[in-house]
Unconditional design. Structure first.
Length: 170
């Protein structure tokens, strides 16, 4: 049994539409979830509990249920960058705005170029994707946080994609 913290936004998603998302997480995860005021008790096989916890984490980071449920697949992973720790006291809003871009354009470009899904939260940036997709997206976001121009980061991602295509057998 695992007990995990569940923020209100995550609980709201789980309980919406007659608990449809909660029921799907339980069914796909092979677990039973009991929601409390600010926590959830997950019961099942240890590996299944861990996966269900990752899905709940993804929902709390702001991912839509469809994307979060991909974590039940062996090919998909969840990773995050703690902005508060990475930026040590600098203005988080400014850096989050650089990642998101005007009307979400930069974030959308990063997602399209890497294949990873990105969620920019209050204090973290989270990624869902395959290992190589997350690696590319994480590197791109870190470069943006370090002050690189967006065009430079996009060029870097294009170069990574070309190198990956060369390495893959036909």
């Amino acid at each position: 049994m695992r007990v995990v913290r569940v923020p209100k936004n995550c609980a709201g998603v789980l309980l919406k539409d007659g608990r449809a998302v909660l029921k799907e997480v339980e069914a796909r995860g092979g677990v039973k979830i009991n929601l409390g005021d600010d926590s959830a008790k997950i019961e099942g096989e240890p590996e299944r509990e861990w996966l269900a916890e990752k899905v709940l984490d993804a929902l709390s980071y702001g991912f839509r249920p469809k994307k979060a449920l991909k974590l039940f697949s062996d090919d998909f992973f969840l990773e995050k960058i703690d902005l508060a720790a990475a930026l040590r006291g600098k203005s988080l809003d400014r850096y989050k705005a650089r990642i998101i871009g005007t009307r979400g354009k930069a974030k959308r470009n990063l997602e399209e170029m890497t294949g990873a899904s990105i969620s920019v939260g209050e204090e973290c940036v989270a990624f869902i994707g395959r290992f190589d997709e997350i690696r590319a997206a994480r590197e791109a976001v870190l470069r943006i946080l370090e002050g690189a121009e967006h065009s430079t980061v996009y060029s870097f991602l294009e170069r990574m994609a070309r190198e990956k295509n060369r390495e893959e057998p036909p």
